[in-house]
Design a protein around this ligand. Structure first.
Ligand code: NAP
Length: 286
């Protein structure tokens, strides 16, 4: 089975469009996203352009705030605090990676808890680890679960192996799987005999960012494979799994592109609406 992300992202998109329409029809304020970009990195601009296109498709309002690459922590916090306090802005995304001179922990902690749509504030992450479902987990982790649920893949009791231990993907995703009563193993670059561990899993999530690293030998015929990795080969997007040799062998697999990526982008926007609901006194009339 091919686990296509586009069907899932389309469903989320339709939910957002309906919600925004209801806001217009009821004369309520329209959800608005603020993207804070530091400097002019091509990667950041490409990511931002993709988000703005999705905002245009869904009706979510967006504003990009660009700050100088040499910004100090104090000045960055002044900008961030203005956006935190702006009642017409409901979700905040700070593009990463942050430049070295910024105090990353201070910046993350300064993002308003209610506007933190990609779970960058450690206090929100703590809630993810505590299994608190009111919080918005990191979008990629949530996208993996949304993909599996869309295809009605049963999670309770399943053996899940995640190959990634970062705070944006592997660690929070492990918590989301635990909340679904799966049994979780996290692997990383120092894991020995990785293929012996992944082969025994019911579900394998890869997120190492190395094109076609995982061949068929890492899986069994029953494996359900979710490829969250993104790399490039000859200018084309490429996942962690060698799709050509694996797709026919395993029981289900998500492609790259067209798998986890498009779901992540839509979850980010649906979080702007969730964030809006967490905030009180929304005054930004349309
Ligand atoms: P990261 O912080 O660099 O994490 C990579 C992880 O992969 C680390 O845990 C690393 O282990 C592990 N790893 C690297 N090489 C390995 C190997 N040979 N064997 C086993 N484990 C290995 O990156 P990230 O921010 O989590 O992102 C990971 C991937 O997800 C990237 O490709 C990124 O582009 C992609 N991503 C996708 C989406 C989406 O929407 N689809 C969104 C965000 C990120 P160590 O901890 O030991 O170094």
């Amino acid at each position: 089975m091919l686990l296509k992300g586009n069907a899932v992202s389309e469903r989320i998109k339709n939910g957002i469009v309906n919600s925004v329409k209801n806001h217009w029809d009821s004369d309520l304020c329209i959800p608005k996203l603020a993207i804070i970009r530091i400097g002019e990195r091509a990667d950041d601009i490409a990511y931002e352009t993709g988000i703005l296109k999705n905002c245009a498709k869904t009706g979510i309002k967006a504003e990009v705030i660009v700050v100088n690459n040499n910004v100090s922590t104090v000045d960055f916090l002044k900008t961030l605090n203005k956006i935190n306090e702006n009642k017409e802005i409901h979700g905040i995304l700070v593009l990463r990676p942050l430049p070295e001179q910024l105090d990353h922990d201070t910046v993350n902690r300064a993002i308003s808890l209610e506007k933190d749509i990609d779970c960058m504030n450690p206090l929100n992450m703590e809630k993810v680890f505590a299994g608190n479902k009111s919080v918005m987990p990191p979008c990629t982790a949530e996208a993996v679960i949304a993909l599996l649920k869309h295809y009605e893949i049963d999670l309770p009791g399943k053996k899940v192996v995640i190959v990634n231990r970062s705070m944006v993907l592997g660690k929070p995703l492990a918590m989301l799987f635990l909340a679904e009563n799966a049994t979780v193993t996290i692997c990383h670059s120092k894991t020995k005999n990785l293929f012996e561990i992944t082969r025994k899993a019911d579900i394998v999530v890869t997120g190492i960012g190395r094109c076609k690293f995982f061949g068929k030998e890492y899986f069994s015929k029953e494996s359900i494979v979710v490829d969250a990795g993104i790399d490039e080969e000859n200018g084309n997007l490429c996942g962690d799994v060698d799709f050509e040799e694996t797709a026919e062998y395993v029981s289900a697999i998500s492609p790259v592109p067209g798998g986890v990526g498009p779901i992540t982008s839509m979850i980010l926007l649906s979080n702007v609406i969730k964030a809006m609901k967490l905030q009180q006194g929304c005054t930004g009339k349309k």
